[in-house]
Design a binder for this molecule. Structure first.
Ligand code: MN
Length: 307
């Protein structure tokens, strides 16, 4: 961490990167760090090679989406990214350049930055950025607090995921004490539902199945997907469908014919390990993978893996 602080103090221009399928944590981390760097008299731009979901749109201001990096920067900083592929088109920068920094909190994070800080005990990357900004000697203001709180709230699902530890509450106390509208953030990230979301739920529930009391899954087939799209960062679907008689819930979306996006959720089982058997990755309680083939074979494989 000290080496990263040194680099941030030393250089002048920074490109910050969100991961694809941007969530509140990666966006919040980038936004807060950008504000801090700007306060230090530096220049920081945020890039993301993906569009944002409906929920996190309110946080997505001033982000360069899907454009090539045409300017030169002193430092390239990936936040909340544990793999090259999560950077989309920007992966090659991190594969080829030396002036790269990675700050992350994922358990199976791969080293993608030359300067690297990964703390899997941290509930969110935003929590690490809180410490980092303090180490930079910058006073956290209301604006930074807003984004950092969004990040912590997002990754802990409102302090309910089992990654929530006392330090998250401690930092949340400090951030909310700065006068941010935390009731509104909670509403935007968790309570607010739009019609598209409800239509999505309707489609998902059509294909909800329980397999031998071991896992439950829902499928959005390609035809449905074309009609309704995937509800990005659909935390509410997990809210609705996990915690049933089966501890493991699998959300399957056929995004292209024969290409399935799979998300796993669980309270008590390690679904990170299940996802890795399918070439994916993630946390103990939340993970994902992509599967190419037939749905029949996918279900067969899931049955073989989840015993
Ligand atoms: Mn995160």
């Amino acid at each position: 961490m000290d080496k990263i602080v040194e680099q941030l103090k030393k250089y002048k221009t920074f490109a910050l990167f969100c991961h694809i399928s941007p969530d509140a944590d990666t966006i919040g981390s980038c936004q807060a760090l950008k504000i801090a760097l700007t306060k230090m008299g530096k220049v920081a731009d945020i890039y993301c090679d993906d569009n944002v979901g409906e929920k996190e749109k309110f946080m997505f201001d001033n982000i360069i989406v899907g454009q090539a990096v045409s300017k030169e920067y002193d430092m390239f900083v990936a936040l909340d990214c544990g793999a090259f592929r999560l950077l989309g088109q920007y992966a090659s920068i991190f594969q080829n350049k030396k002036n790269t920094i990675q700050i992350d909190h994922h358990a199976k994070s791969q080293k993608i930055g030359n300067y690297c800080y990964v703390n899997p005990k941290s509930s969110s990357c935003s929590l690490i950025i809180f410490d980092l900004i303090n180490k930079l000697g910058i006073k956290i203001d209301k604006n930074m607090a807003y984004y950092l709180y969004c990040g912590i709230l997002g990754d802990t699902a409102g302090f309910r995921h089992n990654n929530t530890e006392p330090y998250s509450f401690e930092v949340a106390y400090k951030l909310t004490s700065l006068g941010i509208d935390y009731v509104d953030i909670n509403y935007r990230l968790f309570k607010k539902k739009n019609t598209n979301y409800l239509l999505y739920i309707k489609e998902v529930l059509k294909n909800y199945k329980v397999v031998d009391n071991k896992f439950a899954y829902s499928i959005v087939r390609y035809k449905q997907y074309k009609k309704i799209g995937k509800y990005k960062n659909s935390i509410l679907i997990y809210e609705l469908l996990t915690g049933g008689e089966c501890d493991i819930f699998v959300n399957i979306t056929e995004k292209e014919k024969g290409k399935f996006d799979i998300s796993f959720r669980s309270e008590f089982n390690d679904v990170g390990q299940i996802a890795r058997q399918l070439g994916g990755g993630g946390h103990r309680c939340a993970s994902g993978a992509v599967y190419y083939g037939s749905l029949k074979n996918l279900i067969k494989q899931l049955k073989a893996i989840i015993k």
